[in-house]
Design a binder for this molecule. Structure first.
Ligand SMILES: Nc1ncnc2c1ncn2[C@@H]1O[C@H](COP(=O)(O)OP(=O)(O)OP(=O)(O)O)[C@@H](O)[C@H]1O
Ligand SMILES: [Mg+2]
Length: 150
């Protein structure tokens, strides 16, 4: 199934000059970018984005973290894109993330884990709707499409 997934380079990823590294890894996997923008998340949007974590011990820190600086918001498309990005990211706690994954190669602490990726197609749609208007998500085909499938 061709899916869309929402990906965000978090403020630490931007500050640590990891935008290109992350975009490069997603491109190399064969995924197609269909929306990219830099954004400063306002607090009320961050609270809606992370509503499922309200009440958890790390929630306040998480809201402070995600609103602490610019982020890069993206939509990526491809066969099984949601799971593909999750596997590229590695585990939430970078200390447990395998080497070779983005978190396993670039981060040390769960409170500064560099990247967000949707955990299911339904949450991807919810997150895309929170961060993008319809006209910002581009429908186009790329010349490598035939070389990424059987
Ligand atoms: N124990 C923790 N300490 C500090 N921050 C945490 C902790 N657990 C989660 N977080 C933060 O909350 C975010 C959301 O947690 P979640 O369980 O949804 O992880 P995830 O799905 O791997 O990450 P994300 O939703 O950002 O892609 C984590 O990415 C991390 O930034
Ligand atoms: Mg999550």
């Amino acid at each position: 199934m061709i899916e869309k997934t929402f990906v965000m380079v978090k403020p630490d990823g931007v500050q640590r000059s990891l935008i290109g590294e992350i975009v490069g890894r997603l491109e190399r996997r064969g995924l197609k970018p269909v929306a990219i923008k830099m954004y400063r998340m306002p607090r009320d949007l961050a609270e809606r984005f992370y509503a499922e974590h309200k009440g958890k011990q790390f929630y306040d820190g998480l809201i402070n973290y995600i609103t602490s600086g610019p982020v890069v918001c993206m939509v990526w498309e491809g066969e099984g894109a949601v799971a593909a990005v999750r596997s590229l990211m590695g585990k939430t706690n970078p200390a447990e993330a395998a080497p070779g994954t983005i978190r396993g190669d670039t981060a040390l602490h769960p409170g500064k884990n560099v990247i967000h990726g949707s955990d299911a197609p339904a949450s991807a749609q919810r997150e895309i709707n929170l961060l993008f208007n319809d006209y910002e998500v581009i429908d186009y085909s790329r010349i490598d499409a035939e070389w990424l499938k059987e």
